[in-house]
Design a protein around this ligand. Structure first.
Ligand SMILES: Cc1cc2nc3c(=O)[nH]c(=O)nc-3n(C[C@H](O)[C@H](O)[C@H](O)COP(=O)(O)OP(=O)(O)OC[C@H]3O[C@@H](n4cnc5c(N)ncnc54)[C@H](O)[C@@H]3O)c2cc1C
Length: 457
């Protein structure tokens, strides 16, 4: 039997939540949300200012959100793409890219320094093309990436791809070095242990009901703090006044049982690269440290009224479609049992670009909107929030995602219609491309129209 939900495969077993907020309290900095954003922010603040009273408030247990459910790609990707920051100027964007590249190194460094074993393996990021339209996109992508300092993308021919990975129908792909595979919950638990040892107070089972300048109201009492960080990502829409800020988009994953040596001999994947593809509704995968394939993609994209899943419970249809994709791509893994399926929620801004914000007047800060690339970006957000909250004038505080104005999403039912319509269009485009209907003709017309409407590429 495939386990469904129960937050994610990475939590086994589920943790007992730690102590909740015992009543009204005071802090210098209150952080709402115990995911990577909240914990990295707490970590860097505590390191920079020992003695600062930092309180983290988490509704369930740390890692309950996307941070405990993701694909474990520690990648240098700029959410929304570099081109979306073109108005900031090319050199500012290249500095941003350099900061993201360094962020991958930083997480690996801190894990080593703090004795956190997170199954980190730096094999780079491999993106495969499995039909002619995808292969055209791969070539165009590699050519466009070559224009940017720090992108470091290499185009791989079919034989070069096959040396790394035997994927059915592989026509070639791209690879870049700034990515590592990890076990997200091992990283998160190590970070939680570390921040607690630095004196940060972390209260779990403490749902925040509202945030206003100087005051966080929870189900268990109030916390007064001159500086408050909101790090609630895909759950943000549930807070008063923030319903249209970041759209909660679903992503779902499956994991196989460990594969035997014979299957691994057929698949290759000795380098431990993270693996994605050039489909419009793309997939992402990792070879886990214990020899499984964990593979994710878009399930039911969006629930009406910005609702979120119940502890990662996933529709059977999503389990079936991800399983089909895994077996198509890796026939050698077809006999393997699917041990677990789960889902999680991404935070998606209207322009698909993340942000870090701080208003010194109100003391309110926030970070998020990372879409599917927050595992590394949350670390950069944590260091940036440290500088903003402590008033340190740094290069990080001047990166183009800082204090960016974020546009609101449309009200319902437009939001529901737009997002589900967009993904229906992308699925149709993928089906058309893999049926070879426009073989050699590049991106399907349907997908080009969807891209233009959504404005997210
Ligand atoms: C299935 C899936 C796969 C992904 N794969 C990747 C990947 O491979 N690489 C990558 O870079 N990114 C990936 N992501 C995205 C990445 O996981 C996120 O961007 C990142 O974890 C966001 O961290 P966060 O701390 O900002 O948010 P979260 O981890 O969602 O944390 C928010 C926390 O706030 C808490 N909270 C919310 N509301 C309240 C409240 N009112 N009161 C108290 N607490 C509250 C939540 O319980 C949660 O713990 C994936 C996401 C998903 C869902």
């Amino acid at each position: 039997m495939t386990v469904n939900g129960e937050v994610s495969f990475w939590f086994d077993p589920l943790p007992e939540p730690g102590p909740g907020l015992p009543g009204d309290a005071e802090a210098d900095v209150a952080i709402v949300g115990g995911g990577f954003t909240g914990l990295w922010t707490a970590y860097y603040l505590a390191k920079a200012r020992p003695g600062l009273r930092i309180t983290v408030l988490e509704q369930r247990f740390c890692g309950y959100g996307a941070s405990g459910r993701n694909g474990g790609w520690l990648t240098n990707s700029i959410t929304g793409g570099r081109a979306s920051y073109a108005a900031a100027g090319k050199s500012a964007v290249e500095e941003f890219q350099a900061a993201m590249n360094q962020t991958v190194d930083e997480v690996i460094r801190i894990a080593a320094e703090e004795g956190i074993d997170a199954d980190l393996l730096r094999g780079g990021e491999l993106t495969v093309a499995r039909n002619p339209a995808q292969w055209q996109r791969a070539q165009a992508f590699a050519a466009a990436e070559a224009q940017w300092r720090g992108a470091d993308v290499v185009l791989l021919s079919a034989p070069e791809l096959a040396e790394r990975l035997q994927v059915a129908g592989g026509l070639g792909g791209t690879w870049q070095p700034h990515c590592a595979r990890l076990n997200p919950v091992k990283l998160l638990r190590g970070l939680l242990r570390t921040v607690r040892s630095l004196g940060v107070q972390v209260f779990e089972s403490s749902k925040v009901l509202s945030i206003e300048p100087g005051l966080v109201r929870t189900e268990r009492g109030e916390v007064r703090a001159p500086q408050i960080v909101r790090a609630t990502e895909g759950f943000t829409a549930q807070l008063p006044g923030l319903r249209r800020r970041w759209l909660p988009l679903n992503s779902s994953m499956i994991v196989t049982e460990p594969l035997g040596p014979e299957a691994w001999n057929r698949i290759g994947w000795q380098g431990g690269e993270t693996v994605g593809d050039f489909a419009h509704v793309y997939m992402y995968a990792q070879r886990t440290a214990d020899g499984r394939i964990a593979l994710g993609g878009r399930g039911k994209p969006y629930r009406f009224g910005s609702a979120v899943d119940a502890d990662g419970a996933t529709p059977e249809a999503t389990l079936a479609s991800l399983t089909k994709l895994l077996r198509e791509m890796f026939p050698a893994a077809a006999p393997a049992r699917i041990e677990h399926v789960w889902s999680g929620t991404l935070g998606v801004p209207r322009d698909w670009r993340a942000s870090v914000t701080y208003d010194a007047g109100t003391g309110l800060a926030a970070a998020g909107g990372y879409v599917g690339t927050g595992v590394a970006t949350t670390n950069l957000a944590g260091r940036t929030l440290r500088d903003l909250l402590l008033g340190t004038d740094s290069e990080l505080a001047r990166l183009p995602w800082v204090n960016r104005k974020v546009q609101q999403w449309e009200p319902e039912p437009l939001r529901w219609l737009a997002v589900n319509g967009l993904y229906a269009a992308y699925r149709a485009a993928d089906a058309q491309e893999s049926a070879g209907a426009r073989a050699g003709a590049g991106t399907s017309f349907i997908a080009s129209v969807a891209d233009r409407i959504s404005g997210h590429r």
